[in-house]
Every structure is written in structure tokens, then in C-alpha cells.
Design a protein around this ligand. Sequence first.
Ligand code: HEC
Ligand code: HEC
Length: 414
Amino acid sequence: MKRFFILVYMPILFVMNASSAAQIKSEQETAWTESQMKQLNYLWIKNLAPLGSDPSNSVANEKTAIDFGKKIFFDPSFSINGKISCSSCHKPELYFTDGLPRSIGRVKTRSNAPTLLGAAYSPWFFWDGRADSQWAQALGPLEHVAEHAGNRTQYAKIIWNKREYKKAYEKLFGPMPRLSDKKRFPDNAGPKGDEQVRHQWSQMSAQDQVQITTIFANLGKVLAAYQRTLKPEAARFDAYVEALIAQDSKKANKLFNAEEVAGLKLFIGKAMCVICHNGPLLSTYEFKNIGLPVVKELGVEQGRFRALREVTLSEFNCLGKYSSAKESDCAELRFMKTMRDETMGAFKIPTLRNVAKTAPYMHAGQFETLSEVLKHYQKRPITRVGHTDLLVTDLSDNDLKKLEAFLMTLTSQN
Ligand code: HEC
Ligand code: HEC
């Protein structure tokens, strides 16, 4: 490609002085075709549509729910030891990640904490999409033994006992049952805790179990309402696209250097990153297998394939009794891809916004740095499970440097 460029332009370059030759060369390198401009427009944050409603969550956009959810997100009392909050692993100053290869709650978990900025746009939650709404997702860590490790009756009682929480809860969802009745509602009971906690749960009436589980699900719904407000801001990349659209090449050239331009050209061109990392959040939110190395302690992971069963059976899915949705609102769940071939070893394509700030990378923190990530794409290794969705690309070491320079331009203020 480069050789071709030189051959074609050589004769013209000869008859010009050095500075105008350099100018032509740099204009050639930084110019964008119409179809490339169309692609850049897709990636522009200005084209991030406002979040639609979530029919499964009737309080998704309520101000009271957003404020209440925010308080809970940062409140460590919702845990077995009073020390673990959502923000322990989703730290605002780290773009709602934790900087670890795999998160540590009560104990070490199996996964890397993804950013929550823009997460609400995904139809599926968790790396393998085992939750089909953001409120159902939140209920996972709250009861998981490796994370908050508490139980749903304990959490319902925290709300009942704190005036401010109870008031917000009842404003949104109506009166709470009388949780001070310890015979009906033991302090620690739930279907997922240790033996004692599960035993207490089994002693409760089915009706009281539903009452508690409803409060638990509503806790997820207010947490989701808050998280829906977390979105990435415009990055330098967006300012660059804006300048190009305004045909202000002087401004554009100030915003992006030649290496960044070249990296962006590779990203939407030869490197074919946009097959998966497309749209204003740089993710199509599909599940793909990219043949990552197996983490020894975790063994071979089936990813999306394994999650299909879990999301289908979950009492908190879109079709379940704790969802506010009608069956017709649950198309994602009803028509999800289930073929073994398409789902085995596949994980959710993550956003690349703020990616320079959210190391380590991949669902189990397989890579420490962006340059390790890019080497993986260059090598395109054979997968241990399923088949790889990565196409053959011919990336040089120099291409990787350019791609990395481009990825660094996706950082915003928050
Ligand atoms: C111990 C650390 C830890 C705690 C505490 C924690 N998370 Fe997470 N979070 C993670 C990890 C790790 C993942 C990825 C898990 C997976 O996909 O298997 C995750 C995934 C998520 C996702 C999915 C994002 C996506 O793009 O799919 C959301 C949303 C989320 N967490 C919100 C919360 C909320 C809300 C809380 C509090 C109720 C919380 N987290 C508590 C570590 C944590
Ligand atoms: C076939 C789809 C596909 C293509 C093409 C693709 N990616 Fe990815 N990318 C993924 C998936 C899926 C993951 C997450 C995999 C996992 O953790 O299991 C990922 C993860 C990443 C991550 C880590 C993000 C994080 O927060 O952990 C980076 C960075 C990345 N990709 C950049 C790129 C670049 C640059 C290209 C082009 C060279 C590219 N990707 C091409 C699907 C793809």
C-alpha cells in the first residue's frame, strides 16, 4: 500500500518544493472518504440515542428511584460484613471498574469488573449475558457468596429499619409488610446463603417468600435506575469527528496526530475492529468467541452457551413474575440466539469507551495492557472451545502501535 502511494505520487513530488510536498502527503493520509465518514458518524457519541424505557422496570426513570438507588450503590451495609458495596468494585474514579484482573469481594471472583458507563444500553448483562435486565443483574452480586454475600431478608430489613430508605421505598412501591415480625421474617433468610440461611428460608410461608423477594427485586430496580444515569462523556475522538463533519480540517489536525488518524483508519478498515466494536459505545453487544487464553484456575469456560440455561430459568428474567413487562416486551429473551455453534465460548463485546483507563482487560483479566490485547488480535490464536469469530487480518507491529494510539483517544472526563 505504502509503496503504491510513493510510486503514484513520485512524479508530482519532484516538481514541488519540500513543504508543499509534505502538505500533500499529510492531506492524503488524513483525508477521509465519504464511506469512511459515514462509519465515523456511527461511532460518534452525539449519535448515542437517549435510553429507551425498560418495560420490565416500572421505576427505571423515576427521580426517587435514581436517588435511592445511588445511596444503596455506595452503602456497604448491604453485605454480609458491612464492608462491601457496589462501589467497592465499581469505583467512580476508575470509570466504575476496580483495576484488578479479577474482582475481590468477600473472596476472589471469577471475573473482571466491567465499566458501568453506558452499560444500560446493553440488552444483556454480565460478560456471558446471564441476566436480561440491569435490575436482575444487580441481584446477582448481592447474594453471591464471593461478592456481597448477604441474603434477601437481611436486605429487606435494612430498608425497613432505616427511615429514609423506607420512605423512599414506600413512595415508589407502596407499603412494606411488617418485617419486624421475626416469626414470619427471620433476620437472615434466603435461598442462596449458607445452610442456616437456607433453612430459615425454607421455614417461611411461600407467600412471605414472595413478599421478601419482591422487595429484593425492587432493590435491583432502584439500583438499575441509578446506573442508567451513568454514561460516558464525549472524548477527544468525538471532538475530532465533530471537526471533520464541520469540515474544519485545521481543528481536526490539532485534535488528532498522524499516528492516531492511522490507528482510526485501521480500526474501521484493515483491522476490522468495527465488525464487533461498532456504534457510539463501540460495541454491538453481541456474544463472540475471540479465542482467549484459558485461565488455569477457571478451566475452559463455555461463556454464553452456559448462560443460556441460567437466564431462561431465572425467576428474575423479563418473563418472570417480578418483571413489570408484558410477554411481547420480552423479544430479546424469547428470540435469543441459542445455537451451540454461535454461543460456545462466546462473551459479550465490551464498550471501548475509556478503555485506556480500565485495565486489566477481558472477562477474566487475561491481559494487563492494551498492547497485550492487540498482540492477541495480531496472533489470532486457535480457541480451546468453540470456534473463533476473528477473521484473518494482517497486522504489523507498527499497525498495533497505531491502533493503540487511537484507543487512547476514547477517554472522557468521567
Ligand atoms: C466483588 C466485586 C463486585 C461487587 C461488590 C459488585 N460487582 Fe458488579 N461486577 C463485578 C464483576 C466481576 C462483574 C462481571 C461478572 C461477570 O460478568 O461474570 C460485574 C458486573 C456488573 C454489571 C454488568 C455490566 C455489563 O456490562 O454486563 C453491572 C451492571 C454491575 N456489575 C453492577 C453492580 C451493582 C449494581 C452492584 C451492587 C449491587 C455490583 N455490581 C457489585 C464485580 C462486582
Ligand atoms: C469478532 C468480534 C471482535 C472483533 C473483530 C474485535 N473484538 Fe475486541 N473484543 C471482542 C470481545 C467478545 C471481547 C471480550 C472478550 C472476553 O473478554 O471474553 C473484546 C475485548 C476487547 C478489548 C478489551 C476491553 C475490556 O474492557 O476488557 C479491547 C481493548 C478490544 N477488544 C479491542 C479490539 C480491537 C482494537 C479490535 C480490532 C483489532 C477488536 N477488538 C476486534 C470482540 C471483538
